[in-house]
Design a protein around this ligand. Sequence first.
Ligand code: ADP
Ligand code: ASP
Ligand code: MG
Length: 450
Amino acid sequence: MIVMKFGGTSLGNAERIRQVAGLIERNSDSFVVCSAMSGITNTLVEIAGLWKSGKCEKADDLLDEIASHFEQTCYDLFRDTEALTNSTRVVIEIFDLIRNRISGDYNLHKENWLLAQGEIVTSKLIALYLNSADIPVTWLNALDFISTGIDGEPSVSDIRDRLNAILGENRHGRFLTQGYICLDHEGNISNLKRGGSDYTATLAGAALQAVSVEIWTDIDGVRNNDPRIVENTFPVRELSFDEAAELAYFGAKILHPSCVWPASSNNIPIHLRNTMEPDAPGTIIRSDIKRKGITAVAAKDGITVIRIRSDRMLNAYGFLNRIFAIFEKYRTPIDVITTSEVSVSVTIDNPCHIKEIESELGSLGSVKTETGQAIVCVVGDILEQHQDRAVRTLDSLRHFNVKMISFGGSRNNISVVVPREEMKDVLRSLNSYLFGNQSPKPDSWLISQA
Ligand code: ADP
Ligand code: ASP
Ligand code: MG
């Protein structure tokens, strides 16, 4: 069994869906994970925002727009009259239900229900299309097997138990389900956060002990830098699980930040592939990669730096523990941390509880918060053979306003924090320093530069 995940970028219109159907047809034993058609979740998020702020007319207009987009997709996709009728009926029924729901009062549970509808409609249409095209597939409701615990995290063994109960001994054939959506620990519809279909795919892959998880998207593999910002990026053909996890966590949008661990802890390779160029090699993520140089750079913005200053604090037994306990209490993960005798600086990317955190940290020392920062992360085997590579990499950033440096936490990562406005230039500057301005450089080039 292999898992194949198709992102919204691969499901933009009827033509793309046909192309995806051709890829699904190639594998007779597959577990297919679909996200919502391109742009739909963004629009649903917008609708939820309008609904929350009482702008119901505008919300209804946007809802009509996406309903027509789905209906048009049905007309473009289905040639068979019965399949066309069935598919438009699915769209009409689900959108009637949505209109009905959003005519009532807003609450977060209803918002999460609304956000799930993009994946539900899309997966139903694709399943109908595959079955009408003689590519038999069984539609599964992801809410029957993907859920999160009280800590907000899914468990592979729970997913495995539920899938075993649903699939029984029968592991042959094609199954198709929704990415992103799940139930929370109280049984309410929720989600695995934006981009979460990648996570569904690796969770299902781990639960099913799949041979591999294929993530199909709109680009040939993980690039050595963010292609939305830097020109002349090139694909990295192989990544270790650790490198991929660092890149995903620190901003490479092609992978959901948490999607690597289910695959790495079950040693299942992840293969990133391009729907538009199915025969391109893409990127393989697996355990046994021997690396000699720096692999890639990624960045995420929207970062807040919090500095806690107190005299002789590190000498005080349990001081860091008291700081961490406050972040734990507000379920706010820390990304980067640096310490000195008199101060500790941490970064967070979820500022929801910043006021409460600042106030409680205030009892430990003086607290200064800076919003609008970015983390830029250099990934690869940074310590291998050429230890001065880290120093030179940092030296190449001497013209930027580097606020924090984290190095040595693992041999895979150097992270720096810079003001958000400098992030793009830092990425470009690192690109020309580390990789030259053209593509692709062999590892020997990196070594000779070091
Ligand atoms: P999907 O809809 O298939 O999930 P995403 O938009 O989530 O697709 O991810 C693919 C996009 O990620 C690419 O189109 C690219 O713009 C962006 N991206 C950001 N960083 C990287 C990177 N390092 N390598 C490849 N793509 C990247
Ligand atoms: N549709 C969801 C999103 O846009 C999930 C995904 O694409 O992976 O975030
Ligand atoms: Mg994605």
